[in-house]
Design a protein around this ligand. Structure first.
Ligand SMILES: Nc1ncnc2c1ncn2[C@@H]1O[C@H](COP(=O)(O)OP(=O)(O)O)[C@@H](O)[C@H]1O
Ligand SMILES: [Mg+2]
Length: 262
């Protein structure tokens, strides 16, 4: 099929994630004031905005950490109510949270398989037990795939450096996501080389048809891989740009709510 035909197909495709009029309040702080958001299969959306703009809150509404006070969410065209992170995973949505959410006192392998442990059945097929060797083998593979070398996947997550933790959280999300990947500052504590690897992972996931939302303060990096840039300001969408035609000044102006000249 010609490339132009594929673009035509993408236009008519349903959004993999769609949100309408999302409102979220914390007491009398309105973190989100009616956000519309759309993400297509194979699309990378950079979600940007100043501190406190509501980026993490929006992602947490999609990942079931928070329930919106108002609004609707659809996954693959089906209206859903996402009541917990476990439910979001059931819908194929995986999240790397800003705080990474690893269990500190259990091993890297156990973190990768948290909530989806592999069971091996006993001789009579009755007594199931956890298949640690298999989980370690696969966790090791997942982590290698994100370009990190850990001494072992049996060490507890709390003994890892910030960058290594970030890599484990990304490896886990990437391994399990089937539809949507939500990344909240995934490169915040990474060096240059590791950041490049994460950008490559995002590109590869996009090529597999995943819809990806990436929150980042690193505009130049994120503009390299994004198809679209959505700007939040004070809990509202203040800009929605195609990445190929947007300038740094456009994005910063929308973030600040006033003209910015580079
Ligand atoms: N759990 C919470 N309780 C109370 N206020 C919150 C909570 N989470 C976020 N907020 C507030 O909601 C607003 C948006 O926060 P957040 O989504 O974390 O912004 P961002 O990720 O863009 O920096 C901020 O004013 C923040 O203080
Ligand atoms: Mg945040």
């Amino acid at each position: 099929m010609m490339e132009t035909d594929i673009r035509e197909l993408e236009k008519v495709q349903n959004a993999v994630l769609k949100a309408k009029n999302i409102v979220k309040r914390f007491g009398h702080v309105q973190a989100l004031g009616g956000v519309d958001f759309e993400l297509k299969r194979g699309e990378v959306v950079a979600l940007v905005g100043d501190n406190g703009a509501g980026k993490s809150t929006l992602i947490k509404c999609f990942s079931g950490v928070y329930q919106a006070d108002e609004g609707e969410i659809e996954i693959d065209g089906v209206p859903v109510k996402i009541n917990s992170p476990m439910e979001s995973r059931y819908y194929g949505v995986e999240t790397v949270f800003q705080d990474l959410s690893l269990a500190p006192d259990v091993s890297v392998a156990a973190n990768v398989f948290l909530g989806r442990e592999i069971e091996r059945h006993g001789i009579l097929g009755k007594i199931g037990f956890l298949d640690y060797p298999e989980m370690q083998k696969r966790a090791d593979k997942f982590i290698r795939e994100v370009g990190v070398n850990l001494p072992s996947v049996e060490i507890p997550a709390e003994s890892l450096s910030g960058g290594q933790r970030q890599a484990v959280a990304i490896a886990r999300a990437r391994a399990w996501a089937s539809k949507v990947l939500l990344l909240d500052e995934p490169t915040a504590s990474l060096g240059v080389r590791q950041t490049e690897i994460v950008l490559d992972i995002i590109k590869a996931s996009k090529d597999r048809g995943m819809g990806i939302v990436v929150i980042s303060h690193d505009l130049p990096s994120v503009l390299k891989i994004a198809d679209r840039v959505v700007v939040l300001r004070l809990g509202k969408v203040a800009g929605n740009f195609q990445a190929e035609s947007v300038t740094y000044a456009d994005v910063v102006s929308a973030m600040l709510g006033k003209e910015f000249k580079a």
